[in-house]
Design a protein around this ligand. Structure first.
Ligand code: PSZ
Length: 493
């Protein structure tokens, strides 16, 4: 229905058939409005009514707006009240090609694709005959260099969760010297959650890191107390992540010292946990620490972190759940770091549409059923991802990200000069950008006013506003964003 409506509308407006449209396709839809339009108070009356209905069923205080996904198009999100927003946040950074992209709208018109969608397999036992090809052609076509194993999962949290298990099994396997037989004691004690079957092993994460909300992942999440309160957690180590001063080129030596201080603590805390009988099997790190406040670290920081991990026999897990699939101008953000060796594990979700992780073959557990569940992902998502990757390639979207990112960053730096009392510390790569406000209250006010003025943007950490647009966000959208931000800042008192 939707696609038919979409094609008809398109044909009426531009006198082209949908087939011609696909061929001529511009980066974002010609059906996109010229800019945002806000017709009601935000949230509007319909949104308020729906929120009341939803709140009767569940805790819904996090809900900002109800969407009209029939009307949302390209970079524009339309809400239930008919307000149109330029979307610079895209569902917490998880929409690669904007709304109702024609390449995705037609995906399940193909009956074969539809059958794959509705006959969802238990991938660990009855995958479709094309599954090896699909993994090769889709996920392995963008695999991090030098990394040759892949596991699909459902979401970011469970990708990290299963990456941790994989790393723990690798670590224990090394300790056993590759002997795949478990002892009777191990087999008996694991059923009682006791050692040695359930060993003390740990994953180091960074202060301010976010890696998900399932139990194992939650023990490594360290961004906000509200995520963790009331849930038992593992005694796992934490180390500081750099907090840089901006602009970077004026604070080189301070920031280098910050790197050194953090890395020293990483090495120390690994030693401490190793000595205290809770050895560190893996380190997990975001290439740009996102939920915690968009904190960057230098390529040198990551190179040295990898060295420490290697020297201590610890696996390095790079969490690309938020940074992966292009928003930093490279497929994977860690590619900016020139690591001398591939990372051991790279986890993903969000814009990749499926969760999962890449791993080096040495991390493959020797026995079946060790990293496993019923669905282990969803072939339907890979069918969509195949099309997303095709569009990224055919439309050079990584170049678009870099070009738009430059427009945005230059504009933000201008605004920083114009409103130094309101914004500072502009930072990031590609369109994965952010800036700080002086206080949390001021940040929240700017973000709320942006929404009233037709921009969806996000916050992170204590004082940051972050941009997370789709890969089809172009310089013209950056211009609209910057104009509205300027107008918003002018009126913040
Ligand atoms: O409040 C939340 O639960 C949020 S807000 C943003 C996220 C979660 N991001 C998810 C995320 C992430 O950014 C990184 C770097 N790693 C793991 C995750 C977890 O992914 P999901 O939410 O799919 O489980």
């Amino acid at each position: 229905m939707l696609r038919k409506g979409f094609a008809t509308l398109l044909e009426k407006k531009f006198l082209v058939t949908s087939a011609q449209y696909s061929k001529k396709l511009s980066i974002s839809s010609p059906l996109e409005p010229e800019g945002p339009s806000i017709k009601t108070t935000v949230p509007g009356p319909k949104t308020k009514k729906l929120l009341k209905e939803l709140s009767a069923l569940q805790q819904a205080d996090s809900v900002q707006l109800f969407a009209d996904y029939d009307k949302s198009i390209g970079n524009y999100f339309v809400d239930a009240d008919g307000n149109t927003f330029l979307d610079a946040f895209t569902q917490i950074s998880s929409v690669p090609l904007g709304y109702n992209h024609p390449e995705l709208l037609t995906t399940f018109d193909d009956k074969h694709n539809l059958r794959e969608l509705i006959n969802r397999p238990a991938l660990g036992v009855f995958p479709a005959q094309n599954w090896p090809d699909r993994l090769k052609n889709v996920l392995m076509s963008v695999a991090p260099n030098g990394v040759n194993g892949i596991a699909t999962m459902m979401c970011g949290s469970c990708s990290n969760e299963n990456a941790y298990k994989t790393v723990m099994m690798w670590y224990r396997n090394k300790q056993r010297g590759g002997n795949v037989d478990f002892t009777p004691e191990e087999l008996a004690t694991c059923m009682l959650n006791q050692q040695p079957g359930s060993p003390n092993l740990s994953i180091l994460s960074f202060k301010g890191g976010f890696h998900g909300r399932t139990f194992g992942a939650l023990s490594t999440t360290r961004s906000k107390p509200i995520h963790k309160l009331d849930c038992p957690a593992f005694d796992w180590p934490v180390a500081p992540f750099p907090r840089y001063k901006y602009p970077l080129d004026q604070h080189v030596s301070e920031n280098q010292q910050e790197d050194a201080k953090c890395l020293e603590q990483v090495a120390d805390v690994i030693e401490k946990y190793n000595k205290n009988g809770n050895p560190v099997a893996g380190v997990i790190v975001e290439p740009i620490q996102s939920e915690g406040g968009d904190h960057e670290a230098s390529p040198e920081f990551f190179q040295k972190l990898q060295k420490i991990c290697q020297s201590k026999g610890v696996a390095l897990i790079i969490d690309e759940v938020q940074t992966g699939c292009g928003p930093t101008g490279k497929m994977w953000c860690y590619e900016h770091f020139n690591l001398p060796c591939p990372p051991d594990v790279v986890t993903f979700s969000k814009k990749m549409l499926t969760g999962g992780f890449y791993f080096n073959t040495e991390f493959r557990p020797p026995q079946a059923y060790r990293v496993f569940n019923t669905w282990m992902g969803d072939p339907g998502k890979l069918i969509l991802l195949e099309r997303v990757l095709k569009v990224i390639k055919s439309q050079n979207l990584l170049n678009v990200v870099n070009e738009t990112g430059k427009t945005l960053k230059d504009g933000l730096l201008e605004l920083e000069k114009e409103f130094p009392h309101l914004i500072n510390s502009v930072r990031g790569r590609g369109t994965f950008l952010s800036f700080n406000a002086p206080t949390t209250d001021c940040r929240d006010k700017i973000n709320a006013d942006l929404k009233k003025n037709g921009i969806l943007s996000g916050t992170c950490g204590e004082i940051a506003i972050r941009l997370r647009p789709a890969l089809i966000f172009q310089p013209k959208h950056a211009g609209i964003y910057l104009d509205i931000l300027r107008k918003t800042l002018k009126n913040v008192n």
